[in-house]
Design a binder for this molecule. Structure first.
Ligand code: GDP
Ligand code: MG
Length: 440
């Protein structure tokens, strides 16, 4: 994958104490190939590599980083800015009633994403309503109704009506009247952009004046997704992109190209078929995912969303200060367990992405956690704070105390070490003083 390739390039750089211009040129040639193979737009790749080269040769280096790490940081920062810099939020109407128009080609995930978005908005204190404007297949209306049921959001339909703009207008009135504050309008798609589809969408747009037109594209289709974005934007005008099926796309080229090519940001990404598999798109997190720095921020946010906010803050602080103890590890694992899905979270943590951890049977994870808890609770306070104290005789004592074999204790310490190492890497990137990397 792109991630593997880039990490391969940087592994070579990381080891070097001094970097020459030739080292950088070599690395950039490989970066370029990796990006092209990932189906990133050619012009985007060219500009990207040029910018990284220029910055690498003329830049300040952070004291805490080697020149190799510094180049990685520059690549990271350029990736972030390529994808639009900061997270691009939905715009809500200042009047308090917001209309979102969902558009896109057939099969990209519009209808599913309507449900995910409604679910997301509900979690954020909004009161959404859905509207079915795909008039070409009765099954499409049924599908949206099922989606609405799943996320417990009402769906406005007018099964006899053949004019989407009329349906949308009625839905708008109804939603406002009944006290909803967001209307999400699902529309029909086609296999390709054609005039009839665009005319229809333009009519809907005129009729309901949406605050946001969100284009849904399928990450798996690579540059076709980017071309669709260009096409819809030119004819209809779009405010942002929702990129679905990011869970299945190994190449990532579309996500890296869309902002640069169209000027329109990705606002959300779809990470699966379930209704909670929608995430606000954070360029900096995507970049660190690609570069294999793990996605601690997403992990923390997920924990925050589902659990105790102050605890998550505390954890973030500890990670920053490098004071991550076995107690924290236990708590973190407890949260992951409560979140239900270990697999998805493991994917975000490079240190945790080992076979041993992946093989943890989800059915067994409950039991696994109870054992881990027993082990850690059998340790003294001092041991939990400083696991380097855990020599053989202490491990034996803990084994006896927790009723677990010593091998389990060794495994646990290994996992903890992996997690801590990864966090160290993470904090190294964000701090440090500056000095020149290349002189004269
Ligand atoms: P529409 O024609 O644009 O309305 O597309 P649908 O909402 O009917 O979705 C088409 C297919 O894509 C369905 O099977 C969805 O479950 C699937 N899908 C949508 N979003 C995602 C996603 O983020 N990840 C994955 N893996 N599948 C998705
Ligand atoms: Mg649909």
């Amino acid at each position: 994958s792109l991630s593997d390739k880039l990490q391969g390039v940087f592994k070579k750089l990381k080891g070097k104490g001094v970097l020459t211009e030739a080292d950088i040129n070599d690395a950039m040639r490989e970066v370029k190939l990796a990006l092209l193979e990932a189906d990133v737009n050619f012009k985007v790749v060219k500009d990207f590599v040029a910018a990284v080269k220029e910055k690498s040769l003329g830049s300040d280096v952070l004291e805490s980083l080697t020149p190799g790490q510094q180049v990685i940081k520059i690549v990271n920062d350029e990736l972030v800015s390529l994808m639009g810099g900061a997270n691009s939020k939905l715009t809500y109407s200042p009047r308090g009633f917001t209309v979102l128009l969902m558009v896109g080609l057939q099969g990209t995930g519009k209808t599913t994403t309507c449900g995910k978005l409604a679910n997301y908005l509900k979690k954020n204190g909004k009161k959404p309503m859905l509207c079915a404007c795909d008039i070409y297949r009765p099954a499409a209306i049924d599908q949206l109704e099922v989606v609405g049921k799943n996320v417990d959001v009402p769906v406005f339909t007018m099964r006899e009506c053949r004019e989407p703009e009329v349906i949308a207008q009625h839905a708008l009135k109804e939603a406002e009247l009944r006290g909803y504050d967001v209307l999400i309008v699902d529309t029909a798609g086609r296999l390709q952009i054609d005039e009839a589809l665009m005319d229809e969408l333009v009519r809907v747009k005129k009729a309901i004046k949406p605050h946001e037109i969100l284009l849904v594209v399928d990450a798996m289709t690579g540059q076709d997704a980017v071309n669709a974005a260009t096409g819809f934007d030119e004819t209809l005008g779009i405010d942002g992109v929702i990129m679905t099926k990011m869970d299945g796309d190994a190449r990532g080229g579309a996500a890296l190209s869309v902002k640069q090519v169209t000027g329109k940001p990705i606002k959300f990404i779809g990470m699966g078929e379930k209704f909670d598999a929608l995430e606000p798109f954070h360029p900096e997190r995507m970049a660190s995912r690609i570069l294999g720095m793990g996605d601690m921020l997403s992990l923390i946010e997920k924990a925050q969303e589902n659990f105790d906010e102050s605890k998550a803050d505390e954890l973030e602080q500890k990670i920053k200060k490098n004071q991550f103890t076995l107690d924290d590890f236990l708590e973190q694992m407890g949260q992951i367990k409560k979140m239900g899905g270990i697999g998805k979270l493991l994917d975000m943590i490079p240190g945790a992405n080992t076979k041993a951890m992946k093989n943890v049977d989800l059915e067994d994870s409950q039991k696994e956690f109870a054992q881990m808890e027993a082990i850690i609770l059998s340790m003294t306070k001092a041991e939990r704070k400083d696991p380097s104290l855990l020599n053989a005789s202490r491990r034996k004592r803990i084994a006896a105390g927790s009723g677990q074999p010593v091998s389990k204790i060794n495994t646990l310490i290994k996992r903890y070490d992996e997690a801590r190492k990864m966090m160290k890497q993470f904090t190294n990137i964000s701090g440090g003083k500056r000095k020149r990397m290349f002189r004269g």
